[in-house]
Write a protein that binds this ligand. Structure first.
Ligand SMILES: [Zn+2]
Length: 459
């Protein structure tokens, strides 16, 4: 073990230039999945990923889908050993924000910092896992390590199921490690154990055919925008955020006191949260209340009210129609379809003229919080970063996670390396060497732990 540690340290030192080289090439291929002008760059990135794997001595291939391909590959060291699949994505967010202080797709190294779109989300963590895996394989760790690199994560994984259905090309592993999440604070590693789900909906109301004069018709005409505001008010208490749809909270599982204790130990600070998002005021300044609200409680948000007059000054019209765009973040055990029918039934009673459309849904995810895999991950993070991690939750959703859970029904855990200051989905994104080197140590430790676990799948 001690021998492996010194070998690992010299490996980490020696591979740094290669790591930076490969990350630079990846970052300089702008794989913006939402941009139709980047089709070539996405395919180039997929090919690059496949070439990296092959260059490292792993097997690799592209799995074609109805959309962009998925890179699948790894090392098969023995059928008798367990298999771990590591999930990352190689597509990135657009980068047209005016705040960028550099060309976002030109890789820049500044001391320990690596700048450019995709460095922390998620190309840097993907390569960190790859470098760690090569070391573990060279050391003879008895574990089959596979990689799954998606290129449509940032657009909601519309074709990921299509890839997973190709079972020969993407075999079912014994467990999954997802490396695409953010710590709560640099001071302490954070391991998410749950993700919120999402239900998006559109409420439309038409009461006339054209704009009419409020002096001639006002008082008699119905006002669709006011009625939609009234519907929003019926669904949610705008001041407290409490959702008023009957039955909405019925299946919500509140965090246990043990979970709350973990959440509170994560390094989350109310002041930092307010500053990070530029809030003047928030619904609660109580730390425990706030954490619970953003990670472990469901929400009802109004995103937009469409209709009426938006020009200069006043125009005294009564509009004929309007739309309200809303969504709900859902927590374990809420079911998006069930919630949609509750909303539908409620609105039907409240205002039967409102038309409701389902604009998409993602189920919430509840991961592993105890047992051998969680213990292994806790130990791995401690080894990698010298600090015991906190088990937290994420308020957002990763579509691919739920699809892997449904397809494979194996433990899915999260080893994320991004920090709040890295500019995730924001301008001036960067990643840093301490997270890479700590990450390699954590991955290697996790590999040797998981290699000792029971093999469950037969492929
Ligand atoms: Zn990501």
């Amino acid at each position: 073990m001690i021998k492996r540690n010194t070998q690992l340290e010299s490996y980490i030192r020696s591979v740094r230039p290669q790591f930076e080289d490969l990350l630079a090439q990846m970052v300089e291929t702008p794989s913006i999945s939402s941009d139709p002008d980047r089709v070539k760059d996405i395919h180039r990135t997929a090919t690059l990923g496949m070439q990296y794997l092959k260059h490292f001595g792993a097997q690799a291939r592209l799995v074609n889908t109805g959309g962009y391909p998925v890179v699948s590959g790894g090392w098969q060291v023995g059928k008798q050993y367990p298999t771990l699949t590591i999930y990352n994505h190689l597509d990135v967010q657009p980068a047209q924000e005016p705040e960028w202080r550099q060309e976002p797709f030109a890789f820049r190294k500044e001391g320990n910092r690596y700048r450019g779109r995709g460095t922390t989300d998620d190309k840097g963590p993907a390569l960190t896992a790859l470098f760690a895996a090569r070391f573990a394989i060279e050391q003879g760790v008895p574990l089959n390590i596979r990689f799954l690199w998606e290129l449509e994560e940032e657009i909601g994984s519309p074709n990921f199921q299509d890839a997973l259905d190709q079972k020969k090309l993407i075999p079912r592993p014994d467990s999954v490690l997802v490396s695409d999440t953010i710590w709560v604070s640099r001071q302490k590693p954070a391991i998410p154990t749950g993700l919120r789900g999402l239900l998006s909906a559109q409420l439309s109301l038409r009461t006339g055919t054209t704009d009419v004069h409020s002096g001639l018709t006002g008082g008699g005409a119905r006002n669709p925008l006011a009625e939609l505001c009234e519907a929003a008010h019926a669904c949610v208490d705008a001041r407290t955020g409490r959702v008023k749809i009957p039955g909405f909270y019925d299946r919500v599982v509140p965090p246990t006191s043990k979970e709350m204790k973990e959440f509170l130990s994560s390094g989350f600070e109310v002041g930092k949260f307010k500053k990070a998002y530029g809030f003047r005021a928030i619904r609660t300044e109580n730390r425990a209340q706030l954490i619970k609200r953003i990670w472990a409680a469901p929400t009802f948000e109004v995103h937009g009210l469409v209709g009426g007059y938006h020009g200069h000054g006043v125009k005294t019209v009564v509009p004929p129609s309007g739309q309200l765009k809303v969504s709900m973040r859902l927590v374990p055990n809420q079911n998006p379809q069930k919630i949609f029918s509750l909303l539908k039934a409620f609105l039907k009673k409240h205002n039967p003229d409102i038309r409701l459309e389902n604009d998409g849904e993602l189920e919430p995810f509840q991961g592993v919080t105890g047992g051998p895999y969680a213990d292994a991950l806790r130990k791995a993070m401690k080894t990698g970063f010298g600090k015991t991690p906190a088990f937290v939750r994420e308020g957002g959703s990763i579509g691919a996670v739920k699809l892997m859970q449904r397809s494979w029904n194996v433990p899915i855990l999260f080893l994320g390396l991004s920090l709040p200051e890295h500019g995730y989905h924001a301008p001036n994104e960067f990643f840093d060497w301490p997270q890479v080197s700590g990450g390699m140590r954590a991955f290697v430790e996790y590999f040797s732990q998981v290699a000792q676990m029971k093999k469950i799948s037969r492929d």
